[in-house]
Design a protein around this ligand. Structure first.
Ligand code: HEM
Length: 406
């Protein structure tokens, strides 16, 4: 019997769509999505199955509306094999420990400058954090001036809908790519200078496996693939305030500044709160997973949100408990908010160090800032992808604050 296409239920159920159907199926969930057969899987073994290129490839897997907003056309996300590993190495070279430390320093400085102006005001944390991150990452990446934070947020906000948010994201991408492609051209012909080793300099000079430089528009796409997700850390910054409000003891412990607790809190924030729902690829050949046949060319979906809330992996998964990460660091293929597997050989996010580093810098600062929450709607609807607290988290900051930490 033909299976019903699940694009509409996905749009209606959001984050619950795949975990709920896997639960009902009692294992892999076979369906149709965007006109293709699709199988939803999860768990550490499924992560290893999914990230094996003998099983799952990315070419032709990412729908155009997602490329036209979130990732950009020709992005590293869409490559396979040697071409992928070569381009990926460029990202990893930029995002190692030295890169993370320098970006964290820029971010701390930008936060402290912004926080100095928050006294006696009500601020929307999501918006403020996006501007702080945009300023810091543009400076760090070697972009002249700061790209508009609202445009960078729009790219993420509009990828999973075909409504007005989506068209806003497409327009923002057009503006951002044009500006950055111009900058790449100027850096290449010497009319602009990007600091040596910066993302703009490295991407402008990068040559693909065939020895050719990236077309300016593709180079712009990849510069954005560093800048856009760094600004998206504002989603998690808003979530950290949400957590500190609901579980005030976490704020007290963050203020004490124990680095092990800060890191555990950051991991729990990435595990608990909704961001990337799942990732998808196409079966490289006919496959079988736990008895379910996966035909060549069909979609395979790895349920990231579902795995991060799986009772088999996490004790009381719907409790926010940073302590779970105090004794044991997260297993490579257990905690998967940014994908799983080996980032050098597969598509796992190369920006996990950045995400953990920036949240580890900002969460203690936020905990130390004097704020209260005025009445507001903090609801996080799991039907909206990407989710976020409805109010953006409004903070009332009194006259004298204690914003500075360390
Ligand atoms: C805001 C928090 C972030 C989340 C939730 C997130 C999530 C993800 C996810 C789910 C993937 C796809 C994994 C897959 O396809 O298997 C990914 C890939 C990627 N992310 Fe992130 N990410 C974040 C931050 C970052 C940062 C800070 C950077 C860079 C500075 C970054 C750069 C990338 C790139 C370049 C890829 C493509 C990797 C590839 O295809 O090989 N991300 N991310």
């Amino acid at each position: 019997m033909p299976r019903l296409d699940n694009s509409l239920p996905l749009a209606l159920d959001g984050y619950a769509w795949l975990p709920e159907r896997r639960r009902r199926a009692g294992g892999p969930f076979a369906t149709r999505l965007a006109g293709l057969p699709a199988t939803g899987i999860a768990g550490p073994d499924a992560v290893r199955f999914f990230y094996d290129e003998e099983h799952v490839l990315r070419h032709g897997a990412i729908p155009e509306p997602v490329q036209g907003t979130l990732f950009g056309h020709g992005a590293v996300h869409t490559l396979d094999g040697d071409a992928h590993r070569h381009r990926k190495a460029m990202f990893l070279s930029l995002l190692g420990p030295d890169g993370v430390a320098a970006l964290a320093e820029e971010t701390a400085a930008a936060w402290d400058r912004a926080a100095a102006g928050w006294a006696r005001r009500e601020i929307v944390l999501f918006d403020e954090a996006s501007r702080v991150l945009a300023e810091a990452v543009c400076r760090w990446a070697g972009v002249d001036g700061t790209l508009p934070a609202a445009d960078l947020v729009a790219l993420v906000d509009g990828f999973a809908t075909l409504g007005p948010r989506h068209w806003r994201a497409r327009r923002a991408r057009g503006r951002l790519e044009r500006r950055l492609a111009g900058l790449i051209g100027e850096v290449r012909d010497g009319t602009a200078v990007a600091p040596a080793g910066s993302a703009v300099a490295v991407i402008a000079a990068h040559r693909d496996l065939n020895g050719a430089p990236l077309p300016p528009r593709t180079a712009a796409v990849e510069v954005l693939n560093v800048i856009r997700p760094t600004v998206a850390v504002c989603w998690f910054v808003a979530y950290t305030a949400h957590a500190m409000h609901l579980w005030p003891h976490t704020r007290r412990r963050l203020r004490a500044g124990d680095p092990a607790y800060v890191e555990a809190f950051v991991h729990e924030t990435r595990r608990f709160y909704p961001f990337a729902p799942f990732v998808g690829g196409r079966a490289a050949r006919d496959l079988t997973w736990r008895g379910t046949r996966i035909p060549a060319g069909s979609m395979v979906l790895l349920d990231l949100y579902g795995q991060n809330h799986d009772r088999m992996l996490w004790e009381e998964p719907y409790q926010f408990r940073p302590e779970r990460f105090l004794t044991l660091p997260p297993g490579r293929d257990d905690l998967v908010p940014q994908g799983g597997g080996n980032p050098a050989t597969g598509h796992r996010c190369p920006g996990e160090g950045v995400t953990v580093g920036l949240l580890g810098t900002l969460a203690p600062r936020l905990a130390a800032l004097d704020w209260t929450l005025p009445p507001q709607d903090l609801t996080i609807s799991l039907r909206r992808i990407p989710a976020r607290p409805r109010s953006g988290v409004v903070l009332a900051v009194p006259a004298v604050d204690r914003a500075m930490v360390g």
